[in-house]
Design a protein around this ligand. Structure first.
Ligand code: HEC
Ligand code: HEC
Ligand code: HEC
Ligand code: HEC
Ligand code: HEC
Ligand code: HEC
Length: 441
């Protein structure tokens, strides 16, 4: 009996040791975590919000900028590392003015991008720009929880805290594993010692298996059930929300028609072909006669148009398809009368219960095609740029100010509504752009 008591005291000491080690490893974890918390504090104080930044970026900048690739303008991820804040405010508020002032960095980037002019954004506040910068400073596919810290700390600091967190986690896992192994070893050593001393180790009392204990505990079962339900609801919701959303849909067309070559390289105005966009609900796809205005004379592309991906022969064959479709005989330069209509695959398609009108947005609101369709002049193959969800329409209506100048019809409404809302400028939303009936039949 006495020896058994001894055995117990040994295991108690061991237990104490283990607890001590755990305690130490936790305090060291806490110490590591402390500086990370400290770097996060100024972020909260500054209040730069990458989520708002993303919205602003998508509605104002995405037409010309991507985060990680060159588009019309440079890739913007980590731009805060290339310029200081004051420069960025000036640049984004009015880049032309900055270039005119002879700022070396501004002139350099302007030359580099073939002197394309970036839109001025005087309407963005410095807070808005901070948010956008916070968004562009996010790590690629960084965990959202880590974002605020990284945003403020800039790229390099953000890196560190991400790595050290991983190291801490790894170290903790290792410590745990070692503890488990040690416990097993200790247990087997003790049993051996006990056996050697001829002590009866008390046989294991049959314990109820964990799952049975779990099944008996109704509270635990309830909590788990609720958790599982919530989790599956989350995933089902996520799945349902992307049903019918065809962002980036990029079908193969019967004729490989390149917007890059036409609207980009040859600078043909969008409205030359999509002339209806200005005056009617639909932008429309041009009839092949419009193509023939030029293609009676252009039967092949220049040598320089070919790219590694698409050869000159490939492009020429596409123009030949156009000729076959309209029944144009290249040799005699006349129509044969035999036509085969081209069936373009429709890319954008709102559900029938939604009313969308191009002229309202293009002519009345003066919104560029690219805001909604992306940098079309760079698309070799046309695709759907925007998600075309209700949230997308609504977000823009909340943010976009209506152009009142030079529109008599609006002058009176403007006076009344701006009094009602106590603001100078009205957004499309305040003009009624959130009423269900405006968009739904
Ligand atoms: C109409 C196209 C267009 C839009 C819209 C646009 N940019 Fe630009 N941006 C450019 C071009 C082009 C350049 C390259 C310089 C030049 O040619 O003026 C540029 C350059 C920049 C630079 C300098 C980048 C560097 O690496 O030095 C920053 C920063 C920038 N843009 C931020 C923004 C932000 C923020 C927005 C949205 C609020 C925005 N841009 C919207 C076209 C655009
Ligand atoms: C020379 C004529 C021409 C010009 C110029 C042109 N387009 Fe197109 N566009 C077409 C044709 C043809 C199609 C159908 C084939 C396709 O989808 O690629 C089309 C398709 C589109 C679509 C997709 C339609 C759908 O099915 O949903 C969009 C959006 C579009 N154009 C926007 C633009 C914008 C924006 C510009 C100006 C930057 C432009 N287009 C300039 C001829 C033209
Ligand atoms: C305003 C003049 C103009 C109009 C209108 C026009 N094109 Fe073109 N097209 C061009 C030019 C210029 C080229 C390029 C020639 C070169 O690169 O040497 C070209 C090239 C092409 C090519 C070969 C490159 C490619 O995009 O695959 C095809 C196919 C083509 N056009 C089809 C069409 C179709 C279809 C239409 C009508 C929807 C159309 N074009 C309307 C001027 C025009
Ligand atoms: C406010 C956002 C917005 C702007 C600005 C805009 N579009 Fe669209 N566009 C859409 C939506 C939404 C659709 C889908 C319409 C549908 O399915 O009924 C669409 C569809 C199209 C189509 C497919 C054919 C059609 O009429 O449905 C073409 C082509 C097109 N747009 C060209 C243009 C051109 C060219 C411009 C600039 C002159 C332009 N869009 C400006 C949102 C926009
Ligand atoms: C890029 C911003 C933008 C997007 C995206 C956008 N709209 Fe608009 N929309 C506007 C603006 C700005 C006006 C106000 C035009 C005006 O009356 O001056 C407007 C007006 C309207 C109106 C008329 C509202 C009224 O008060 O009479 C309707 C209807 C409408 N939009 C539908 C849509 C639908 C449907 C979508 C999505 C498929 C959409 N819009 C996407 C900017 C946008
Ligand atoms: C600015 C335009 C606009 C306004 C205002 C608007 N909707 Fe929508 N709504 C849309 C568009 C676009 C879709 C299609 C979304 C899609 O296909 O994913 C849609 C889809 C829907 C759907 C179908 C469910 C879905 O997500 O596809 C319902 C229900 C709906 N709207 C209800 C409403 C109600 C209720 C209101 C008023 C509070 C309203 N909408 C106001 C543009 C609008």
């Amino acid at each position: 009996m006495k020896k058994v008591g001894n055995h117990n005291s040994i295991s108690r000491k061991l237990l104490l040791g283990v607890t001590l080690m755990l305690a130490i490893s936790f305090t060291s974890f806490a110490q590591d975590a402390a500086p990370a918390a400290a770097t996060e504090a100024p972020a909260a104080a500054q209040g730069a919000d990458p989520v708002k930044g993303k919205e602003l970026f998508n509605s104002n900048c995405a037409a010309c900028h991507k985060l990680d690739a060159k588009a019309t303008g440079p890739a913007l991820r980590g731009v805060a590392g290339r310029h200081d804040k004051a420069w960025l405010y000036k640049w984004i508020h009015n880049s032309s003015a900055l270039i005119k002032s002879g700022d070396a960095a501004a002139v350099k980037i302007y030359e580099e991008y073939n002197k394309s002019v970036m839109t001025a954004f005087p309407q963005l506040s410095e807070g808005d720009i901070d948010n956008i910068i916070a968004y562009t400073s996010e790590e690629k596919a960084a965990a959202p929880a880590a974002v605020p810290g990284q945003a403020a700390a800039g790229t390099s600091n953000g890196d560190d805290s991400g790595v050290s967190n991983n190291i801490i986690l790894g170290a903790l896992a290792l410590v745990m594993l070692m503890l488990v192994v040690m416990l097993f070893l200790v247990n087997s050593v003790l049993t051996k010692v006990a056996k050697a001393n001829g002590i009866q180790v008390a046989p294991k009392t049959p314990t109820t298996p964990i799952w049975k204990a779990f099944a008996k505990n109704q509270f635990l079962v309830l909590v788990t059930a609720i958790f599982l339900l919530l989790a599956s609801a989350y995933f089902v919701y996520g799945f349902l929300m992307q049903v019918g959303v065809d962002q980036n849909y990029e079908p193969i067309q019967p004729i490989h028609y390149s917007h890059k070559i036409h609207a980009g390289d040859n600078e043909i105005n969008c409205k030359y072909c999509h002339s209806a966009a200005r005056v009617s609900k639909n932008a429309g796809i041009p009839s092949l006669n419009v193509c023939m205005n030029c293609h009676k004379n252009i039967s092949e592309v220049a040598e320089t148009t070919a790219t590694p991906e698409y050869s000159k022969a490939f492009y020429d064959e596409q123009i030949q398809k156009l000729y076959t479709a309209v029944g144009w005989d290249k040799a005699t330069q006349s129509y044969t009368g035999k036509t085969q209509p081209v069936k373009w695959v429709r890319i954008h398609n709102l559900p029938d219960f939604v009313y969308f009108n191009h002229s309202q947005h293009v002519t009345v609101a003066g919104i560029e095609c690219q805001t909604c369709h992306g940098p079309v002049e760079t698309y070799e193959i046309q695709k759907q740029f925007a998600p075309l969800t209700m949230g997308w329409c609504i977000n823009c209506h909340r943010k976009t100010e209506v152009k009142m100048e030079g529109n008599d019809y609006y002058t009176k409404i403007h006076e009344e509504l701006s009094k009602k809302y106590g603001v100078d400028k009205l957004t499309a939303a305040q003009m009624g752009g959130l009423e269900c009936g405006k968009c739904h039949y």
